[in-house]
Design a protein around this ligand. Structure first.
Ligand code: ACO
Length: 324
C-alpha cells in the first residue's frame, strides 16, 4: 500500500501588505527586507481566520481531487495558530466541511508541520484500514507577531494549503517513496513563542502577551545545514540520484536559505520554485501553498519526481520524495 496526493488547494487573505507599506509603520525598508530574505509582500488576515482559510484551501483540494467531504477518513491540520485551544482546528474544519466519517486532530511541528502530517497519514493509510485523508498547513502567524519587533514581524504571513491523500495498491514506482522526520528539542529556544502564562489564584503574571522570538542567525545556520542533509537522505532512500529530481519544494523562509540548499545539493535554482516573494514565511502552510501553486500552474507532470522539505521551530525538519 502506498499513498498519492490527488488534489491540492490553497488560500491567502485578501489584504496584501508590501515592504513599503511596513516601512510606513516601522523603521524598516523594502531594500533591507528584500536583500536579506527575498520577501516583497505578504498577506495578512483581517476578515479571515485560520479556520476560514483552512476551509477554503480544503474545499479547493477536495474539488480538484473529486472527493466529497463524506469520503474522508482522517483530517490532520498542522498549525501553531489555530483559532481556539479547544476544539482543535481539524474538528472545526470537519464541522464546516461536513466530513462526518473522519477523525480529526492537529499537530504542531511549526514549519515542518505539513511534512509531519504527510508522513503520519502515510503510516495510517499503509495500515490498510483507512483510504482517504485531508492534510493541511494553516496559519495566521500575524497574531503571534510583535508588530514592534521589526526583526521578526516583516518575515511572516498568513494562509493555508491543503492536500487530499489517497491510499492505492502499489503498482509501478509511484506515490511517496521515502519520507523522514527529525527534531532537536535541545535547540528549541532559538525560535520560540510562549503560550498563555499560568493563571490561577496563586500566581500573578500581569498582562504579559507572548510573541515569537527568534535568533535569526542560528535558525539560518540550522536550516542551511539540515535541509540539504534531509533532502539527500530521502533521495538516497528512494534509490535515486539528485539529478533525477524535477522539483524541490522547500519551506519558504528565506530565499538565501533556498539558494544555499540548492548550491549544496548541486542543483540549479530553476528546480526550486518559490513564492516567498509574495507570501513571506507562512510556517506549516508554506509548502502546501507552494505545491498547490505549481500544480495549478501546470508545472507538474505525471511521473515527475518531487522533493518536499520543511524546517522550523522545535527545532524540527521533515522531507519526502514522491513521484506524481
Ligand atoms: N529592517 C531594518 N533593519 C533591521 C530589520 C528590519 N526589518 N530587522 C533587523 N534589522 C537590523 C538589526 O537591528 C541589526 O541592526 P544593528 O546591526 O544596528 O544591530 C541589523 O539589521 C542586522 O540584524 P541581524 O539580525 O544580524 O540581520 P541578519 O543579517 O542576520 O538578517 C534574518 C536577519 C533575515 C532574519 C536572517 O538572520 C535570516 O535569514 N535568518 C533565517 C531565519 C529565518 O528565515 N527565519 C524565518 C522563520 S524560521 C523558519 O521558518 C524556520
Amino acid at each position: 500500500m502506498n499513498i498519492k496526493i490527488i488534489g491540492t488547494g490553497s488560500a491567502v487573505p485578501k489584504l496584501r501588505v508590501t515592504n513599503d507599506d511596513l516601512s510606513k509603520m516601522m523603521d524598516t525598508s523594502d531594500e533591507w527586507i528584500k536583500s536579506r530574505t527575498g520577501i516583497r509582500a505578504r498577506h495578512l488576515a483581517v476578515e479571515e481566520s485560520t479556520t476560514t482559510l483552512a476551509v477554503d484551501a480544503a474545499r479547493a483540494a477536495l474539488n480538484m481531487a473529486g472527493v466529497t467531504a463524506g469520503e474522508l477518513d482522517i483530517i490532520i491540520s498542522a498549525t501553531v495558530t489555530q483559532d481556539r485551544l479547544l476544539p482543535n482546528l481539524s474538528c472545526e474544519l470537519q464541522a464546516a466541511l461536513g466530513a462526518d466519517r473522519a477523525f480529526a486532530f492537529d499537530i504542531n511541528a511549526a514549519c515542518s508541520g505539513f511534512l509531519y502530517a504527510l508522513n503520519l497519514v502515510r503510516m495510517y493509510l499503509s495500515s490498510g484500514r483507512y483510504k482517504t485523508a485531508l492534510i493541511l498547513g494553516a496559519e495566521t502567524l500575524s497574531k503571534i507577531m510583535d508588530w514592534n519587533d521589526r526583526s521578526t514581524c516583516v518575515l511572516f504571513g498568513d494562509g493555508a494549503g491543503a492536500a487530499v491523500i489517497r491510499a492505492f495498491e502499489e503498482d509501478e514506482k509511484s506515490g511517496v517513496l521515502a519520507a523522514l522526520q527529525g527534531s532537536d528539542g535541545g535547540k528549541g529556544m532559538v525560535l520560540n513563542c510562549r503560550n498563555r502564562p499560568l493563571n490561577n489564584p496563586y500566581v500573578d503574571h500581569g498582562n504579559e502577551v507572548p510573541y515569537v522570538h527568534m535568533n535569526g542567525q542560528e535558525v539560518y545556520k540550522f536550516a542551511v545545514r539540515t535541509v540539504p542533509k534531509a533532502v539527500a537522505q530521502v533521495v538516497e532512500e528512494a534509490g535515486m540520484s539528485m539529478d533525477e529530481i524535477d522539483l524541490f519544494l522547500l519551506h519558504q523562509a528565506n530565499y538565501r536559505i533556498i539558494e544555499a540548499a540548492a548550491k549544496r545539493l548541486g542543483q540549479p535554482m530553476e528546480k526550486f520554485p518559490t513564492n516567498l516573494q509574495e507570501c513571506g514565511n507562512i510556517s506549516a502552510a508554506s509548502v502546501p501553498i507552494l505545491l498547490d501553486e505549481v500544480n495549478r500552474r501546470g508545472m507538474i507532470k505525471k511521473g515527475d519526481k518531487i522533493v518536499l522539505a520543511g524546517f522550523g521551530a522545535g527545532l524540527t525538519w521533515g522531507a519526502a520524495l514522491l513521484i506524481w
